[in-house]
Every structure is written in structure tokens, then in C-alpha cells.
Design a binder for this molecule. Structure first.
Ligand code: SF4
Length: 229
């Protein structure tokens, strides 16, 4: 059953460290096979990695209204300002707002390894964390999508503050939907998150069969790292 509007929820999902994603972060090409030397390090680090992460997703499903000027209004006072986000959400019935994290374990261990000049293990562990937190929110979105499909609905593309035309400073508005003491992520004055291996964002819930708009199809920014085509 899809969550009732407004209710705050926390889910635990165990992410995977997909080699196809890791290769790019470790200096190779996307989907390139990793050399055996790296693979054997990954096998050694796997148990340590799993003992360091505490993956959680906090989320709320909220009602909202898309205004004409590229603004999404939630709960009277919160307005997300992004033309592309508002275009994507035009056919959405609800907005899922989330903050996902692996907890502080990875960055603490990476810091300790750097302190002892073990740069290669620190580098690999850090890359494993980046891949895993991305997988965490992918799996979360897929879980909500599966629930939605049982009710004749599906989900839109996902957006995060700081990507596309949604400014990073909007992170403060997204965090204001959650009680600071309920979530395991702190928002710094710079609008970056602590723990670092955290991702916040939103996606919409739309009736199945809706046209799912992707702003990247109309965008000339070929160098954009967030491009989804
Ligand atoms: S390529 Fe896509 S994500 Fe990047 S700026 Fe353009 S619309 Fe936004």
C-alpha cells in the first residue's frame, strides 16, 4: 500500500556496490570490467564495507501544486524553484521527498586510512560508498514504483538539489520537510550533507500511461553529468 500523504517514514534497504558503476569512479570507463587486482581488493573490503554502512532512507509523500512560473508549492510555505522540475511534475499526483544515507562509517574509516597513508584502500572504500548510496536511492525509488504499480501508478524521473536547474540552496527547503532530530543527516551551512555519503531528492507519482517528461531531451547541455538520455 502506498504511504498516506504527509506521513514521515523511514526504510532500511541494503545497497549493492555494482562493479559496472565502480569502474568509472576508479578511473576506467563506465561498465568496463575491473582488473583482477582491484577485484581482489574489493573482495577483501566487502565485509568491512558492510559492517561500516548503516543505510537508511527517510521520506515523505506530500501533496503539492505546480504554479505557472516554474515553482512547486508544498504545505503553503515551501516553494521549490526549478522550471524543469515543475515541468516533470505537472502530471504528478504526489511528490515523494527523501533523504538517504549510508551513515558516517565510511567517511570516518576513509579519514583514518588517509591518516595512516593507506591511500589506495581509502580511495576504493570511498568509491564503494559513492556507488552504494546511489544504488540505495535507486532501490528505494524502485520499491516505491513497485508499490505504485499495484495501484495503477508509476514514478517520474528523480531530481536532487544542485542538479539540472534546481539550485543547491533549495536543499534547505527540502530538509525543512523533516524534523532534524528524526533524520540521521545534517545539513551544513554550505548546503552539503553530513554524512557525505547521503543523497536527497524528490520524484513524483503519476497515473500509469502518463507521458513521462524528460527535460534532457530538449536540452543542449551535452557536457551535463546529470544528463539522462
Ligand atoms: S542535460 Fe538534463 S539534467 Fe543536465 S541541465 Fe540539461 S535538462 Fe538538466
Amino acid at each position: 500500500m502506498v504511504q498516506q500523504s504527509g506521513e514521515k517514514k523511514i526504510v532500511k534497504i541494503y545497497p549493492e556496490v555494482k562493479e559496472s558503476r565502480l569502474s568509472k569512479l576508479l578511473g576506467g570507463k563506465a561498465n568496463q570490467e575491473l582488473p583482477e587486482s582491484i577485484r581482489s581488493k574489493l573482495r577483501v573490503l566487502e565485509n568491512k564495507f558492510n559492517s561500516l554502512i548503516k543505510p537508511h532512507i527517510h521520506y515523505r509523500m506530500v501533496d503539492f501544486r505546480v504554479k505557472d512560473d516554474g515553482v512547486i508549492r508544498i504545505e503553503r510555505t515551501i516553494e521549490f524553484e526549478s522550471r524543469n522540475l515543475s515541468e516533470v511534475m505537472k502530471s504528478a499526483e504526489k511528490l515523494v521527498c527523501f533523504i538517504g544515507t549510508l551513515g558516517p562509517g565510511i567517511e570516518e574509516e576513509v579519514g583514518a586510512l588517509m591518516h595512516h597513508n593507506d591511500f589506495s584502500e581509502a580511495y576504493i572504500l570511498d568509491a564503494m560508498g559513492s556507488v552504494a548510496v546511489e544504488d540505495l536511492v535507486d532501490k528505494f525509488q524502485q520499491t516505491i514504483k513497485n508499490e505504485c504499480e499495484r495501484e495503477g501508478k508509476t514514478v517520474t524521473l528523480r531530481f536532487s538539489p544542485g542538479y539540472c536547474d534546481w539550485p543547491l540552496t533549495e536543499q534547505k527547503k527540502l530538509f525543512s520537510l523533516f524534523e532534524p532530530e528524526d533524520i540521521l543527516v545534517q545539513l551544513l551551512d554550505s548546503c552539503l550533507m553530513q554524512p557525505v555519503k547521503s543523497i536527497s531528492g524528490v520524484f513524483g507519482i503519476v497515473p500509469q500511461g502518463s507521458i513521462l517528461y524528460n527535460p534532457c531531451t530538449d536540452c543542449d547541455d551535452r557536457a551535463c553529468k546529470a544528463r539522462r538520455i
